[in-house]
Design a protein around this ligand. Structure first.
Ligand SMILES: [Zn+2]
Length: 427
């Protein structure tokens, strides 16, 4: 949670980063290529991913006035139905939302008394109040709905306790400098122990820093960046607002940066305040992340959660129908699509679409060589003949007088450019 988010801004310069990677230019996001004579429009659409923060609390209380975490601010306890709301959102949109999770209130064995910096009770940690059948019920919802629920690392207790005093935040101080390495590693280990206690699955591959306090690259006197530390645990993706990040100027690609081979994506601005509940979203998603906080998806009466979920579905569904947007089905596809949206180029002329592909020296190879989508609007029905790129599938729908094609493409290894010949199909 972050209060008073200021308007997002983007870095205008590039520098070398922790991994020693220097990037020669900053890419912009404009991709539309129009040519009236060909009656065609071609886009590598911007992917959107849903990221939901502060999942995992059982108490909804905002405790910041008495040295406890902010939690979710909803004026009731959380229940398993609140997890089902995330799954329902994912199922209805055909996507896999990320649930950035706090696990201290899942501690069945009070192991966190051995990690006093992680909770407001320190060595006297006692979580017995929150141990009950709801843990298994929620765990079952999470693990049985793998395709529509991604458990993302947020933190153990969200803040960092120095004795009785709470400080923001768990992984970095209020300037974005990483906490002592030994503490960061312990907090990661205890997050994993809590996952195991509750059989919530393996360690996540994605991370949302608590309070959005995070440094891009190395911070303070540290030998390693936060990205490098969590990479050792299997994290390959960080999502955080860049307007609040330490060393934002180190970001190489405007809406994402590569830090020790971990992609770090801009969250931008959320459309709702962190503690708003019982109402639907308003506004537009301008960047790659649809960020929200758990209560934004919920109703005060948990039996009515689906009413709020449906408002989010109605809000997000239209993005599927835009030529220049997609809702990614999961974070793997999201990352590959984002890299191509930003770093690859599509143009066309006289029956040939030319694709200039992102240099695989600039981003992790599995992203540069990964599958991505191309959307095409045409007045005519088309046939496609690809060269130096695999056309995994193509389908179309008729939208008014146009044919809307979606092509799934996979570049050949080491291909810098590819072409797709297109012809009006004879019917
Ligand atoms: Zn949070």
């Amino acid at each position: 949670m972050l209060r008073n988010i200021t308007r997002r801004h983007f870095a205008k310069q590039t520098v070398s980063i922790g991994a020693g990677l220097a990037v020669p230019q900053l890419f912009s996001c404009a991709k539309t290529t129009k040519n009236k004579s060909d009656d065609l429009e071609v886009e590598i659409p911007l992917p959107i991913q849903i990221v939901i923060d502060d999942v995992g609390w059982w108490s909804g209380e905002d405790g910041n006035a008495h040295q406890q975490p902010y939690r979710t601010g909803i004026s009731r306890d959380h229940v398993p139905a609140d997890y089902q709301a995330i799954v329902d959102l994912g199922k209805k949109l055909g996507v896999r939302p990320q649930a950035a999770t706090i696990l201290c209130e899942w501690d069945r064995e009070n192991i966190l008394k051995n990690l006093p910096t992680s909770t407001w009770m320190g060595k006297n940690w006692d979580n017995s109040k929150w141990v009950g059948p709801w843990l298994d019920e929620a765990a079952e919802i999470i693990t049985n709905n793998h395709k529509h629920y991604e458990l993302t690392l947020h933190g153990v207790g969200h803040e960092y306790w120095d004795g009785e005093n709470f400080t923001r935040a768990e992984w970095a101080d209020n300037t974005g400098r990483m906490r002592p390495l030994e503490q960061v590693e312990l907090h990661l280990d205890y997050f994993e122990k809590l996952l195991d206690q509750n059989q919530l699955g393996s360690f996540p591959s994605s991370f949302v820093p608590t309070a959005f306090l995070h440094g891009f690259g190395k911070t303070g006197d540290h030998m390693f960046s936060m990205a490098e530390v969590i990479k050792k645990k299997g994290i390959n993706y960080i999502n955080t607002p860049f307007n609040n990040m330490y060393n934002t100027e180190g970001v190489q690609f405007e809406v994402f940066g590569i830090d020790s081979e971990v992609i770090t994506v801009d969250r931008g601005e959320d459309v709702l305040n962190w503690n708003t509940f019982g109402q639907g979203p308003k506004g537009i998603i301008a960047g790659p992340t649809c960020g929200l906080h758990w209560p934004n998806l919920l109703h005060l009466d948990s039996d009515r959660n689906s009413e709020i979920v449906d408002l989010w579905v109605a809000f997000l569904e239209p993005y599927k129908n835009k030529l220049d947007r997609i809702l990614s089905i999961n974070s793997e596809e999201f990352r590959k699509q984002l890299v191509h949206h930003v770093g690859s180029r599509a143009s066309f002329e006289k029956g040939v679409i030319t694709l200039e592909l992102i240099d695989d020296q600039l981003v992790p190879k599995e992203l540069a060589n990964g599958r991505f989508q191309l959307k095409i609007d045409s007045l005519n029905q088309l046939d496609f003949k690809p060269q130096r790129i695999n056309l995994i599938s193509h389908e179309f729908e008729k939208i008014r007088n146009k044919f809307r094609y979606t092509l799934i493409l996979e570049p050949h290894l080491k291909t810098k450019s590819a072409i797709i010949e297109y012809n009006s199909a004879t019917s």
